[in-house]
Ligand binder design. Structure first.
Ligand SMILES: [Cu+2]
Length: 177
């Protein structure tokens, strides 16, 4: 965890110069691993403490014999304002991760991961899912902004590990559950 925070703080500093961030949020020079809280960041929502959630979404990670790596399902509809518990089960032989972010953030982070292939995520909007294991991530979708979920390990997104979350304020009942 600490290693990641340092690493991610460096990512943040690349995107948002530390001095301007410090000036904007008044938090001094502490490293800031929670990029989604930064001023100017897209409103992707926020982590929840896990005591309450409105819905559980189960996602399975699969690897195919032809080399694809997949999230199933890869498209999820979510009602804005709801707190969702994602339960991600990895049926593959490799370790993977579930990273939740805006489309532009995923693109930025993917480039970072290419340059730092050994980095693993362990922060509120990402979780590592080891082979044969399950992991949870609880997220509050505070805004109507479509997001991407992705595995950012090098080559995995290209092999199929991405999906979309469509956040609505007008879900029909069939999307519940
Ligand atoms: Cu992966």
């Amino acid at each position: 965890m600490k290693t990641f925070i340092r690493t991610c703080a460096f990512v943040v500093s690349l995107t948002f110069p530390v001095t301007s961030v410090d000036a904007a949020n008044g938090k001094g020079r502490e490293p800031h691993a929670r990029a989604f809280e930064l001023p100017g960041h897209e409103p992707i929502g926020k982590p929840s403490d896990g005591s309450l959630f409105d819905r559980t979404v189960e996602i399975t990670i699969k690897e195919t014999t032809s080399g694809y790596m997949l999230f199933e399902p890869d498209a999820i509809h979510i009602e804005s304002g709801s707190i969702v518990r994602f339960v991600i089960s990895n049926l593959g032989a490799l370790d993977h991760e579930f990273f939740l972010g805006s489309f532009s953030e995923v693109a930025e982070h993917k480039q970072w991961m290419r340059d730092h292939p050994d980095m693993r995520h362990d922060d509120p909007n990402a979780v590592t899912v080891q082979s044969g294991q399950s992991a949870e991530l609880i997220w509050e979708f505070t805004d109507i902004l479509n997001l991407e979920f992705v595995c950012l390990l090098p080559g995995h997104r290209e092999a199929g590990m991405w999906g979309v979350i469509m956040v609505h304020d007008h879900l029909a009942p069939k999307s519940e559950g």
